[in-house]
Design a protein around this ligand. Structure first.
Ligand code: ATP
Ligand code: MG
Length: 583
């Protein structure tokens, strides 16, 4: 995992290498300075030799300046490297997610992908910065300082060894306990993020159902779980400090005690004792840092794993080796097609259909019977599990995906508009569409009448999710956007459900008269929306139970004729009848 993630350091490799180099130089300076201090005391002050005080003082100043410069450089490069690493990761994830099929996205969930791209990458970014600087600095400081201590006085160094063993054991216990808690913190974070994302993106629904209290409680529960865990971990971490203090002061007392003895005997100078005091602080501090790095690494390992999962995910709908660029015509064929979402039961089963180019086909059936699923397979939003779907005489898997989706234009059931002007949104369908082309598409989709009434017309700004247009207006804009592609097959998945019957009829009339060569698949709940189609597919529980003209279906398909009569008499919709026993 680490190796695969490190690839994303990319062009920030130099900065990533320079950081530890400068950190090392900074550490070397930092470690040598106390040694020079000892010389100032021993060879200058104690001997009353001002020459030496100036000399070593000067050396110390130069070293301090160098240490500072190296420190600044290592800070600068580590910031550059870690931000760059995060940028590369996010960029790679975003681009990779663009290749995901609907099935890939279902696997992670939208909220999950957002958390991974934000929180998890930030975690990894700080871990990377820490690794580059502190994980170099702390061990180096530790080793150098121990070396210097041994160099100055072997016997006194025993004190450090004892202190280190004591501190090491204490830290080990604290850290192993905190790490256990931290792993839980992560899953709680996920829960809370999910709650926030769900609530914010569906805030309108929450308000409409007056579920604010319920949502508040749900969030409070998630946040409270996190709070409690953090308090427990912080409580544990708080023990670190007193333990450290005890050890430090214990060492200082021991140093003073033994140091005094050694000085009296002449084995140690006052200056050396002073620098030993500095080294003791450095050594114990480094140990503390090392333990922190350990915690941070554990935390970010979880994030790293979650990021790697996204980056390593294989898009399950991909272009073939030699993709075909041209879709011959708008004919569609389903041969023994079955499809299931993930490991669930088949959503559609054993479908056999032959649709000629230019036909208008209605699709009708109760909710959840598989209409959208059937349509999704035509433009390869999902791949079939069994059988084959053909467009223009060839298996959809043989085409270049972009070409296929340009020719098979689909208005999704839960379609969205993006923030930007109406024109921007329309040009999503075709980036170089002229204003006239856009007007033409809007006229066919019966969107022109409300756009012309808007003060800014085609420059009217659409808010995120199209919140400032009505449901029916949004649907018509989405249809216009799909029309701009001039596709060979146009699929409308329940795309006029929010339009009144007159508008719905106008749209169909425009299609019939102006798009005679385009195959039109119209999925609807209202029989009125499909009765003038050339043929109608009737679906029930994932199967096709009727496929014929309206008139013939009335005679041959019991389900269809029941629905027709029920809706004609104005008694509810498709589902109500189905429950009534018609199915
Ligand atoms: N992304 C998905 N993941 C898992 N199951 C799904 C997914 N989408 C649909 N399903 C399931 O597949 C079945 C068919 O759903 P589909 O959306 O095709 O129905 P539909 O006929 O379009 O219904 P509606 O009229 O309500 O739009 C349903 O049982 C549904 O729960
Ligand atoms: Mg549907």
């Amino acid at each position: 995992m680490i190796k695969s993630l490190l690839r994303y350091v990319g062009r920030f490799k130099t900065a990533s290498i320079l950081t530890p180099v400068f950190t090392t130089l900074e550490v070397v300076m930092g470690v040598l300075i106390p040694y020079v201090t000892a010389s100032i005391i021993d060879r200058g002050i104690m001997q009353g030799n001002m020459q030496n005080v100036y000399l070593y003082g000067g050396v110390m100043l130069v070293m301090a300046a160098l240490s500072m410069t190296f420190g600044i450089l290592s800070g600068k490069f580590s910031a550059l490297a870690s931000s760059g690493f995060a940028y590369n990761l996010r960029d790679a994830m975003f681009k990779h997610i663009q290749t995901f099929s609907f099935a890939n996205i279902d696997k992670f969930s939208t909220a999950g992908l957002i958390t991974r791209m934000t929180t998890d990458v930030s975690n990894l970014q700080s871990a990377f910065q820490m690794i580059l600087r502190i994980s170099v600095r702390a061990p180096l400081n530790l080793v150098f300082s121990i070396f210097m201590c041994v160099f100055i006085n072997m016997k006194m160094s025993l004190i450090f060894i004892i202190a280190m063993v004591f501190l090491g054991t204490a830290l080990y216990f604290i850290i192993s306990k905190t790490m256990k808690l931290f792993t839980q913190v992560f899953s709680k974070y996920d829960d809370m993020n999910k709650s926030v994302q769900e609530n914010i993106s569906a805030i309108r629904v929450v308000k409409a159902f007056v579920r604010e209290d319920y949502e508040n409680k749900k969030f409070a529960k998630a946040a409270n779980g996190l709070y409690k865990l953090f308090v427990s971990t912080e409580k544990l971490m708080a023990i670190n400090h007193p333990v450290m203090q005890t050890v430090v002061y214990g060492c200082i007392i021991a140093l003073s005690w033994f140091g005094a003895h050694f000085i009296v005997v002449g084995d140690l100078s006052t200056g050396q004792l002073t620098s030993l005091f500095t080294y003791v602080m450095t050594i114990l501090n480094s140990l503390m840092m090392l333990s922190m790095i350990f915690v941070q690494m554990t935390m970010s390992a979880a994030s790293g794993k979650r990021i790697a999962e996204v980056l390593d995910e294989q898009a399950d709908v991909t272009n073939p080796a030699e993709p075909i660029e041209k879709v011959a015509d708008g004919s569609i064929e389903f041969n023994n097609v079955s499809f299931a979402y993930g490991n669930s039961e088949y959503a559609i089963k054993d479908i056999n259909l032959k649709i000629q180019s230019g036909e208008t086909i209605g699709v009708i059936g109760g909710t959840g019977c598989g209409k959208s699923t059937l349509a999704n397979l035509i433009c390869r939003l999902y791949d079939v599990n069994k059988g084959e779907v053909k467009v223009g005489g060839l298996d959809v898997r043989q085409y270049d995906m972009t070409r296929l989706r340009d020719e098979v234009s689909m208005v999704l059931q839960n379609n969205v508009l993006f923030s930007g002007s109406i024109l921007d949104n329309l040009r999503w369908g075709k980036s170089d569409a002229t204003l006239d082309e856009c007007r033409e598409a809007c006229r066919m989709a019966v969107a022109d009448e409300f756009i012309d009434r808007m003060i800014d017309g085609y420059d009217t700004i659409i808010e995120q999710n199209g919140n400032n247009v009505s449901g029916g207006q949004k649907q018509r804009l989405c249809i216009a956007r799909a029309l701009l592609k001039h596709p060979k097959i146009l699929i409308l998945d329940d795309s006029t459900s929010a339009c009144d019957t007159a508008t719905d009829a106008k749209i169909r009339k425009a299609f019939r008269e102006e798009l005679p060569d385009t195959t039109k698949i119209i999925i609807a709940q209202r029989i009125q929306s499909v009765e003038d189609a050339d043929r109608v597919i009737v679906m029930q529980s994932g199967r096709v139970v009727g496929f014929d003209t309206h008139e013939r279906l009335l005679e041959s398909c019991e389900l269809y004729s029941d629905i027709y009569h029920t809706q004609k008499e104005g008694a509810g919709d498709f589902d109500e009848k189905k429950k009534g026993g018609a199915a």
